[in-house]
Design a protein around this ligand. Structure first.
Ligand SMILES: [Zn+2]
Length: 235
């Protein structure tokens, strides 16, 4: 049985063990993610040397591929394709976080680029209670009609209602941890859920679990009574 202090020290020093998929990293490296998805991947990268190295490698591969494309390869239809892309909603890709010298004092809970979106560290977040044991705060990022970005604070030991998803959800742990049917997630770990996953996350009991979550469609609660709460939860 791990002592709470050991658990804390392990969480504070360990590299993440749950990473974005290769497809997600590739889409990030190619600038193909919307701002919300880009924010959660970039914040994971700030905490994950392994994925930072992988994105650097993918960007180098992408650059080499573009250099190899001879102008003759751009055949008929290219202009139309470019013009069609101009009609798509655009966003400025969030750049890869750069390693900075750690300032004196305790390390912030929120790494960049998330900290800039919040306007400071965790104490700047205006939480509002959603259900007992769960507080949330929306973060303005990207197109809200397409995706919702929010911070979640789950009281230690608290279980969330069982739910599934219409779309995809990325949940990045920033403090504490949680476990569900798919694994145990600590600081820096990214949980990726899709409509096939029906899960009931439970926060570790050694402190609040603070996460950044991006959902690209509303969640659907699957518990018998919880379905009634659906319209009120805004989940
Ligand atoms: Zn990673």
């Amino acid at each position: 049985m791990m002592e709470p202090l050991d658990h804390f020290l392990q969480a504070a020093t360990m590299a993440p063990s749950h990473h974005p998929t290769e497809d997600l990293l590739l889409a990030y490296a190619a600038g193909g993610l919307d701002e919300a998805m880009s924010l959660v991947v970039a914040t994971h990268l700030a905490l994950c040397p392994r994925c930072r190295a992988e994105v650097t490698r993918l960007e180098a591969v992408g650059g080499a591929l573009i250099d190899d494309l001879a102008p003759a390869a751009l055949g008929a239809g290219t202009l139309e394709a470019v013009l069609a892309r101009l009609d798509e909603p655009s966003h400025d890709p969030i750049p890869l976080p750069v390693a900075r010298r750690r300032p004196a004092g305790p390390a912030p809970v929120l790494p960049e680029p998330l900290r800039s979106y919040v306007g400071g560290d965790i104490d700047r977040i205006g939480w509002s209670r959603t259900i007992p044991g769960l507080e949330e705060a929306d973060i303005v990022c990207g197109d809200r009609r397409r995706s919702r970005v929010r911070m979640m604070r789950i009281r230690g030991g608290m279980g969330m209602p069982r739910h599934t998803h219409h779309g995809n959800e990325l949940t990045l742990v920033l403090a504490g941890g949680f476990a569900d049917e798919t694994g145990h997630f600590l600081r820096g770990d990214l949980a990726v859920t899709d409509p096939s996953i029906d899960h009931r996350p439970v926060a570790d009991d050694d402190g609040d679990c603070i996460c950044l979550a991006v959902t690209d469609a509303p969640l659907r609660l699957t518990g018998r009574f919880l379905r009634l709460l659906n319209p009120f939860l805004r989940l």
